[in-house]
Write a protein that binds this ligand. Structure first.
Ligand code: FES
Length: 82
């Protein structure tokens, strides 16, 4: 078992057009001009991609620590942490 703390509640957005070398692609290659959303909350069931599960973190209160079980149920572990 491993415990990992995630503080971020929204994905990392990778815009392919901003990656180094994108300007060197041919126009046919640039059909890949879209965004990839990578999970940063740790709750996605389709990692490394965001599946919207981060919405469950929206009710978390600042300064409290939470855990999510295998049924995606949220549990507050402590009232405060530093
Ligand atoms: S950031 Fe984790 S599911 Fe969206």
């Amino acid at each position: 078992m491993r415990i990992i703390r995630h503080d971020r509640n929204h994905p990392f957005v990778v815009k392919l057009e901003e990656l180094p070398g994108f300007d060197k692609l041919t126009s046919d290659d640039k059909v890949l001009k879209y965004e990839i959303h990578l999970c940063a909350c740790g709750l996605s069931h389709h990692k490394p991609f965001c599946d919207g599960s981060h919405a469950k973190t929206k009710t978390e209160e600042e300064g409290k620590l939470y855990a999510y079980d295998e049924n995606d149920q949220m549990h507050a572990l402590k009232k405060e942490y530093e």
